[in-house]
Design a protein around this ligand. Structure first.
Ligand SMILES: Cc1cc2nc3c(=O)[nH]c(=O)nc-3n(C[C@H](O)[C@H](O)[C@H](O)COP(=O)(O)O)c2cc1C
Length: 152
């Protein structure tokens, strides 16, 4: 792969249209992974407390097209972008879309990730320069505690 390829990285939060069970998540991930392979997109999806937090990275045109599809996807609502920037390298290059279940209490509360979600709910968060670093830090800590195993 060309090392100089321009990349975009998106981080957004949304609220699931209803509680998702394993089968719903598996279906969503199957669709997403297949499409992302075609589009050269990688990333990681968190689900917990009926909220999604997802990072998506890939060629800018492909990321923009996916943003448009996500905005009109009725499986979630309250879509809010926290971060959209150019990136030189991929943070999640090994997965077409990795997945982690997150405990509700880890999504809430006075954690950096919880604060990101609360800022999004207040409508205060549109472009937070440190949001991706907070997300990556959360994933690292979570994986250190629970293991870096994709739960689906
Ligand atoms: C929480 C969530 C995450 C999603 N992640 C992706 C993704 O990573 N890649 C993708 O192609 N579609 C993803 N989708 C699905 C898109 O919104 C869309 O339904 C899909 O890309 C097919 O779009 P189309 O039917 O317009 O072709 C996601 C949907 C939801 C609700």
């Amino acid at each position: 792969m060309c090392g100089r390829m321009l990349l975009s990285r998106l981080l957004y939060v949304s609220a699931a249209a209803r509680a998702y069970d394993e089968d719903d998540l598996i279906a969503l991930l199957r669709q997403s992974r297949q499409r992302n392979l075609e589009d050269n997109i990688t990333g990681l999806l968190l689900y917990g407390n009926e909220r999604f937090v997802q990072t998506i990275e890939g060629p800018p045109g492909a990321v923009d097209a996916l943003r448009a599809r996500l905005r009109r996807d009725t499986r979630h609502h309250s879509y809010r972008e926290l971060f959209l920037q150019e990136a030189k390298t991929r943070a999640y290059k090994d997965w077409s879309m990795a997945f982690r279940h997150v405990m509700p209490e880890e999504m809430l509360g006075f954690t950096p990730l919880g604060e990101l979600l609360q800022a999004a709910d207040r409508g205060a968060a549109t472009d937070l320069p440190n949001a991706a670093a907070i997300f990556d830090g959360f994933v690292r800590d979570r994986d250190a505690r629970h293991g870096a195993v994709d739960s689906l």
